[in-house]
Write a new protein. Structure first.
Length: 87
């Protein structure tokens, strides 16, 4: 259980650092910018910044919200498929 917690903390720290919360994504190397496209936290941070700082409308946030919905569908589908009973 401790090993799982340490691995989870390791990945959570990496995901937070790669989300653009502390460092702008534009200032990251191009390889890191590409990796942030697969980080759902990036899109959530963009939505929160748009809502709180800019007062963005729903149409402005549509690409990020669609990406978050895509992640939700994919990850929930993966969880359902991997949860099947094995004979």
């Amino acid at each position: 259980m401790q090993q799982a917690q340490l691995v989870a903390i390791f990945f959570i720290i990496i995901l937070i650092l790669m989300s653009g919360l502390f460092f702008p994504i534009n200032s990251m190397p191009s390889g890191a910018q590409t990796l942030t496209l697969f980080n759902p936290l990036r899109y959530f941070i963009e939505v929160m910044r748009g809502v709180y700082l800019k007062g963005s409308a729903m149409t402005d946030l549509l690409p990020q919200l669609l990406a978050l919905c895509g992640f939700a569908v994919f990850l929930n589908g993966w969880a359902v498929v991997s949860y099947r009973k094995k004979a």
